[in-house]
Design a binder for this molecule. Structure first.
Ligand code: SF4
Length: 330
């Protein structure tokens, strides 16, 4: 039995159910870093290259936390998770592609890294091949891997279905793993806001200064692009002359386009990461479409290592006041 270290950031927010189930079914122990803290962020800032975006710095901090607690660090090289369709040029952002090398050469005394390349464009069986490679690296047999893979897919599907019922990923994980009841009531909500952005920014309450908690306290129903099925996403992709190159950026754009066409959505907030190259395009694309073409209220919030709750709260409160004033005036 090995201890597998999983950083609680980046793709964790969407794929942890798959990974956790797979490793645990193979009788390995998961060691997961805690939710982001100031100490983790500071460690990441120290370990990562200066010009990295804040999520990549954070990833370094989470890995540094796990360095002496696990036998392996799970850091798959995420290239593409689209299996088919018109997404021939789409990949994860280049920082994801180089992530295993960045941590290997950036952080001292790391245990072995599981850095299997995930490129699902290669064909239908590629996901299974990926898990075979991971399982073999940690000493499991083909039969064990096959069984664990099948169970992991089922749990991931259960998680995805909860997202499609408009449950946020952290709550969906609680439902799947801690058997919490799926109680989501929006009876008291008088506004619906779509928040778009990268999952590792939207669902990390430290880095976004508690944005989701703040909106919930203000009786806002929250929607995010991760609650949309692949079919809905693909429909939006077809409305564009060309998609971007980067997977998570495309999801944010498709989500923004979808929500701005929905009459039940009062406004859109884009949470963007400081020093993110792809986000400068995402932000302009969605903003132009929302404000100029659709008349949809739009707020962009950039987060970095200095983002504070007071600054975010002030902007959110002003945005909500404007939305309520606008609604009551119409
Ligand atoms: S998409 Fe942007 S925020 Fe995400 S890892 Fe790449 S550069 Fe960083």
């Amino acid at each position: 039995m090995a201890k597998i270290g999983i950083p609680r950031t980046l793709a964790y927010f969407l794929y942890y159910p798959l990974w956790k189930t797979f490793f645990e079914d193979l009788n390995h122990e998961i060691v997961i870093s805690p939710p982001t803290t100031r100490a983790i962020l500071d460690a990441g800032v120290k370990e990562a290259v200066n010009d990295a975006c804040i999520p990549i710095k954070l990833y370094h901090g989470h890995v540094a936390y796990l360095a002496d607690k696990a036998d392996y660090i799970f850091c798959p090289r995420l290239v593409s998770v689209r299996k088919h369709g018109d997404f021939g040029t789409e990949t994860f952002c280049p920082k994801f592609l180089g992530l295993p090398d960045m941590i290997r050469f950036g952080i001292d005394h790391l245990p072995e890294i599981i850095d299997t390349r995930v490129d699902l464009k290669k064909g239908k069986k590629e996901l299974f091949n990926v898990f075979c490679e991971i399982g073999s690296q940690i000493g499991n047999t083909h039969e064990e891997i096959k069984r664990a893979f099948s169970k992991a897919l089922k749990v991931q599907k259960q998680f995805d279905n909860l997202l499609y019922q408009e449950i946020l990923p952290p709550e969906a994980m609680d439902i799947v793993f801690n058997h919490k009841p799926a109680q989501v009531s929006h009876d008291n909500c008088d506004l619906t806001i779509a928040i778009i952005g990268y999952p590792y920014v939207l669902y990390d309450s430290y880095i976004n200064a508690g944005l989701i908690r703040l909106l919930e306290k203000e009786n806002v129903k929250i929607l995010t692009q991760d609650m949309l099925s692949d079919k809905t996403m693909n429909r939006q992709a077809k409305t564009l002359p060309k998609s971007l190159f980067w997977y998570f950026s495309n999801r944010a754009v498709y989500g923004g386009l979808h929500f701005m066409a929905r009459p039940d959505v009062d406004g859109i907030i884009h949470v963007t990461a400081f020093a993110c190259g792809p986000d400068s395009l995402v932000d302009r694309m969605v903003e132009i479409e929302a404000r100029r073409r659709r008349g949809m209220p739009y707020l962009s919030i950039a987060v970095d290592e200095h983002t504070g709750e007071a600054g975010v709260r002030t902007r959110i409160e002003a945005f909500l006041d404007m939305l309520r004033y606008r609604r009551d005036k119409i």
